[in-house]
Design a protein around this ligand. Structure first.
Ligand code: AMP
Ligand code: TRP
Length: 327
């Protein structure tokens, strides 16, 4: 069985973008793949997190993973910091990564361009920890949204370089980007990604938003003056984003939706999107509450830690042997 691996940072609440670009895909893939999913809690330390808030977000994230349908019997679900090997392999891989490569990472370049001054060394080198998360488990595919593609490509380069230097050690994984929904845009500025770290909350739907609040955000989504429902991300990014959300959640093709909404106003499209999103959130939140009340989270994490830890222990030993760090 082919293996897939992915992770999500628990900094802040999960968003509709995370659901469509990542979680929904994970749930689909667990049917046919050996799926490893983890909570990238070390990654979110690259910027300061309030410890209490982080703890709450961790619990929420895992409860939402389960509420979305990730099944701990089928998939391995664990917390990154529970498997210590990630940090050690991360350091070894950072010694096989060039500064020039990290300087080219878009996320880093964006922050520099914005003139952010207090960037940490952890933020700079985080793609090497991500490479460790991935290469540790020899996955065939890494399903991610568009924004993470560059990091998976760097991971491939690191794996190839290491294999050339020390002999075949890591499988070289491929990123797997959904054809539609890989980049859900902000509702208030459809030229920007819908993101947890957005300054105002208006453009971002959180999976734990009250469905009424989410509907309001959708009804006031920014569109355009064309007044025609077309799928044209370049010229009509707002309308195209709404069509994408509706298509991914309802399972209907964009073409089909464009035909159905032909000649209708944006308000009708927004209502349909608001309905679909409200149904999703309502359903997820019921399951989320059940999961929190059931107390199964600790068991899931314990089992995940054991399963992932076994694999990671073997891999790290192999790497240590390759580089001459064993005796
Ligand atoms: P993050 O929230 O940055 O940890 O991202 C977790 C996963 O969700 C990654 O695979 C991202 O590519 C994906 N993701 C985050 N935001 C979006 C978005 N707006 N649209 C689609 N996918 C997203
Ligand atoms: N860096 C990813 C993000 O910000 C999360 C992540 C960490 C990840 N390690 C990973 C994703 C390994 C896929 C595979 O979204």
């Amino acid at each position: 069985m082919k293996r897939m691996l992915s992770g999500i940072k628990p900094s802040g609440q999960l968003t509709l973008g995370n659901y469509i670009g990542a979680l929904k895909e994970f749930v689909k893939y667990q049917e046919d793949y050996d799926m490893i999913v983890f909570i990238a809690n070390l990654h979110c330390l690259t910027v300061y997190q309030d410890p209490e808030e982080l703890r709450t977000n961790l619990r929420d994230t895992i409860a939402l993973y389960l509420a979305c349908g990730l099944d701990p019997k089928r998939s391995t679900i664990f917390m990154q910091s529970d498997v210590m090997e990630h940090a050690q392999l991360g350091f070894i891989l950072s010694c096989n990564t060039y500064l020039g490569e990290l300087n080219r990472m878009t996320q880093y370049k964006d922050k520099i361009a914005k003139g952010e001054s207090a960037l940490t060394a952890g933020f700079y080198s985080y793609p090497t920890l991500m490479a460790s998360d991935i290469l540790m488990y020899d996955p065939d595919f890494v399903p991610v949204g568009e924004d993470q593609k560059q990091h998976v490509e760097l991971t491939r380069d690191i794996a190839e370089r290491f294999n050339n230097k020390y002999g075949e050690t890591f499988k070289v994984p491929a990123p797997l980007i959904p054809k539609i929904g890989a980049r859900i845009m902000s509702l208030s500025d459809p030229t920007k990604k819908m993101s947890k770290s957005e300054e105002s909350n208006k453009g971002c739907i959180y999976l734990l938003d009250d469905p009424k609040v989410a509907s309001k955000k959708i009804m006031s989504a920014v569109t355009d003056m064309v007044n025609q429902i077309n799928y044209d991300p370049e010229n009509q990014p707002g309308v195209s984003n709404l069509l994408t959300i509706l298509s991914t959640l309802s399972g209907r093709s964009i073409e089909n939706l464009v035909n159905e909404f032909e000649g209708q106003g944006y308000g009708t499209l927004k209502k349909a999107v608001a309905n679909e999103v409200s149904l999703l959130l309502g359903d997820l939140q019921v399951k989320y509450k059940e999961i929190l009340a059931s107390g199964i989270i600790d068991d899931v994490l314990k089992e995940g830690k054991e399963k992932a830890g076994r694999l990671a222990g073997v891999k790290l030993k192999e790497v240590q042997k390759r580089i001459g760090a064993d005796l």
